[in-house]
Write a protein that binds this ligand. Structure first.
Ligand code: ZN
Length: 544
């Protein structure tokens, strides 16, 4: 099945009832005919529509085709908008009592093409209405129908379908989780999906041995850092390799064990034989954002999974993992925390804390994680305190220069000039708006003349073409002026704020991190110990 008919099928799975308006209208040529002939024409149009509906109903027996109104206008009245039944049609759609409109042909719909295009291309799609002109073969649900851009309807179809499936997938997943049926996804190390029954988990012996070993080591009072070293030394493969997922690995570096991986495995209740699912959900079918649910909302089903670590041992491990030894080192409030990056690989620079503060040093995270095993980046290991001093000196110099330049500039700057420019721009903006107004009115007038039959459609198109172009160029000008004005206004606001931060920074005896991070975007640490500081705002008075 091709994509388009697939979508159509999907749509019909979602939309089960089509509430239809049949709309008929006399054409100009029929104006002079006798009332009998006229009513015959209206009836004829309605019959054609009705036959079309009967055919569709046979083709799609699962959909209900319900005619909610048969409307008709005589076509004699003055402007398009005066048609009484047409107004009724609009009302029915706006009040969501109809989602389909059928006419005999397109011309029944609007006066010539101007109106009908507008409805087909914009108004119907916006209101999720299917429009069919039987004899013209127009059907806004059939994307191949030559008459318009189907994007709005397609979007709507896709959305309805996605909403529908997303809801039923969620429900199935929850039902499975409650029954202890595995919903897929990679289970914890030591377990694998039963190749004969994908809803079941069985033991994966190699991984299970490693989990047992990890448990042993923790209960043996080893810290997670020590365990990492043991695993690396013993050349124990990491979980992705054991599970055969090596294609997910970062090919550039040889990945190694880290403390978080071990912690994740040993805190996963699944190793005690409980199937745990429903840890996450998504906000809606529109958002793929994953939300982590609180632990009490997880779905736990006991005795569904082979036990790797008995419950009592698992509890003991949790206590050990919470001990001081395994806590992540409580980080100091370093002034430069989170501001430094490796100039060579772009990864963060971490600060290694020692109890004796004189020994603190920084190191490239990437190197720290992988560098021991493979040649990635270089250590970038420097004394933190020296680096901090270097940064502060640099910032102070920069700030002092900024204040100096700013003072000088203040004096030189002709404040009057900026104000005059702003006034001038405001005048220009006003003028543009007035011009656009005028031009729009002239188009309206032209349309009235067209409607009254004074000019024909060709004249209308020709005469409005230039006006439309003029509107566009006025709009362009307006945009430029508005932007310029914004820039002028912004300059006025932003600069003093920044100079305030700079001055505040200089006034502090002990600089604080919040203020520093408002001045600095990032500090790049080079491998020769030098730094490049990227400031949030460039000194506007400085060349280059
Ligand atoms: Zn690096």
């Amino acid at each position: 099945m091709d994509r388009e008919s697939e979508m159509r099928d999907n749509l019909f799975r979602v939309v089960t009832v089509l509430y239809i308006i049949i709309y008929a209208r006399l054409s100009k040529e029929e104006e002079g005919k006798t009332p009998e002939e006229q009513s015959k024409s209206i009836q004829n149009q309605i019959d054609i529509c009705q036959r079309y509906i009967n055919d569709e109903q046979q083709k799609y027996p699962n959909i209900q085709f319900k005619v909610v109104a048969k409307l008709s206008d005589d076509g004699i009245s003055g402007t398009t908008f005066d048609r009484a039944d047409f107004k009724r049609l609009i009302k029915l759609i706006e009040s969501k009592q109809a989602n389909m409109v059928i006419t005999k042909d397109q011309s029944r719909f609007g006066r010539e093409h101007i109106e009908s295009d507008n409805y087909m291309e914009r108004w119907f799609p916006e209101h999720n209405v299917r429009y069919v002109a039987v004899l013209d073969g127009v059907d806004t649900y059939v994307p191949d129908s030559a008459n318009n851009d189907m994007a709005p309807i397609k979007n709507w179809m896709n959305e309805m379908y996605a909403k529908h499936t997303s809801r039923s997938v969620k429900a199935t997943k929850k039902k499975n989780a409650l029954e202890g049926i595995w919903n897929g996804g990679e289970p914890v190390l030591g377990l694998q999906i039963d190749p004969n029954n994908e809803g079941c988990l069985i033991l994966e012996p190699k991984g299970a041995e490693i989990v047992k070993m990890l448990a042993e080591l923790v209960l043996d009072n080893k810290s997670l850092d020590e365990i990492v070293d043991i695993l690396i030394e013993k050349k124990i493969p990491i979980p992705s390799i054991i599970k055969g997922n090596s294609r997910n690995l970062n090919k550039e570096v040889e990945e190694i064990w880290d403390t978080e991986t071990i912690r994740d495995i040993l805190t996963n209740e699944m190793i005690t034989g409980v199937m745990v699912q429903g840890k996450t959900t998504t906000l809606s079918h529109k958002s793929k954002k994953v939300i982590y649910l609180p632990e009490e909302d997880w779905i736990r089903v006991p005795d569904k999974v082979p036990v790797i670590i008995p419950r009592e041992r698992f509890e003991a491990i949790q206590t050990m993992l919470k001990s001081n030894k395994n806590k992540t080192t409580k980080s100091h409030d370093y002034l430069l925390k989170g501001l430094m990056r490796c100039a060579d690989c772009g990864h963060a620079i971490s600060i290694k804390h020692f109890k004796d503060r004189k020994n603190n040093y920084v190191e490239c995270c990437y190197y720290k994680k992988y560098g021991r095993r493979k040649e990635v980046c270089t250590a970038h290991r420097f004394s933190y305190e020296e680096l901090e001093k270097l940064v502060l000196d640099n910032v102070k110099n920069e700030c002092m220069q900024y204040v100096k330049d700013n003072d000088l500039a203040e004096k030189l700057k002709n404040k009057k000039e900026s104000k005059e420019k702003q006034v001038d721009l405001r005048l220009k903006i006003d003028k543009c708006n007035r011009n656009i107004d005028k031009l729009n009115k002239s188009i309206d007038k032209m349309y009235q003349r067209l409607d009254a039959g004074i000019i024909d459609e060709d004249d209308y198109t020709r005469m409005t073409k230039n006006t439309k172009a003029a509107i566009n160029s006025e709009k362009l000008l307006l945009e430029t002026y508005t932007k310029d004005l914004e820039v002028l206004k912004e300059k006025k606001v932003k600069e003093p704020n920044y100079i305030k931060i700079v001055k505040e920074f200089l006034s502090l005896k002990k600089p604080n991190r919040i203020l520093l991070s408002r001045l600095i975007e990032v500090i790049y640490v080079n491998d020769d110990g030098t730094i490049d500081i990227h400031y949030r705002v460039k000194n506007p008075y400085k060349d280059n």
